[in-house]
Design a protein around this ligand. Structure first.
Ligand SMILES: [Mg+2]
Length: 211
């Protein structure tokens, strides 16, 4: 059984990992990533969530999401371009449980993503990760089987914005490209606030323990 390790330990052990790069992005990133900062501050003091529990909890949410997404895809309107928006860390990838690069996919979410992408739904990834790790993130997603229609990382000015506002603005941009966002899937409240998705699906973050 894999147990999530405290951030400080993980950063020391895997300085090259994408998650560590997010943490090292600097004071601006930390100030803007309130949940990330909380994780750093509290992980060592909080009981670790074990991997099996996390996977079971993710599966429960995706078991609810998949039939609804199937139904919505079956009811595609003429000319409609459907999209699903995903968070990355601890949503599509096993950020806080993986110590390798490329990070493993979060299997329950990958299963839903594959169902959708095989039926022509465009997958967009909206992350608080900074632009400096765009290419490692893009490679990681594709390597694990996600078909990436678009990847949104935070530019320099975005680092000073509220994460929820930044993520909402990217969904507006996706809509402006002509897509209907049938589902938005993430594990933090800031992934899902702000509307611009027909449905939202909340994976566990265990009170901010998972980024
Ligand atoms: Mg996340």
């Amino acid at each position: 059984m894999t147990t999530r390790r405290p951030w400080a330990l993980r950063i020391g052990a895997t300085a090259a990992s994408a998650a560590a790069l997010v943490a090292f992005a600097g004071p601006a990133a930390q100030a803007a990533t309130s949940s990330g900062t909380l994780t750093v501050a509290t992980a060592a003091a909080t009981a670790d969530v074990d991997y099996a529990t996390w996977q079971k909890d993710c599966q429960l949410v995706m078991d609810q999401a998949l039939p609804e997404i199937k139904q919505r895809i079956a009811n595609t309107k003429p000319g409609e371009k459907q999209a699903i928006v995903f968070d990355i860390d601890n949503t599509t990838l096993e950020t806080d449980f993986g110590f390798s690069y490329p990070q493993p996919a979060n299997k329950p979410v990958l299963d839903v993503a594959k169902y959708a992408q095989e039926r022509g739904v465009a997958l967009f990834f909206v992350t608080a990760r900074p632009g400096i790790i765009y290419s490692v993130t893009d490679f990681n997603l594709k390597y694990r089987g996600y078909k990436v229609a678009g990847l949104y990382v935070r530019g320099f000015l975005d680092l000073f914005k509220n994460v929820g506002d930044y993520k909402t603005a990217q969904r507006v941009d996706i809509e402006n490209k002509g897509y209907t966002i049938i589902a938005n899937i993430g594990n933090s409240a800031t992934d899902l606030s702000g509307g611009h998705a027909e449905k939202t699906y909340k994976l566990p973050d265990y009170n901010g323990q998972l980024s």
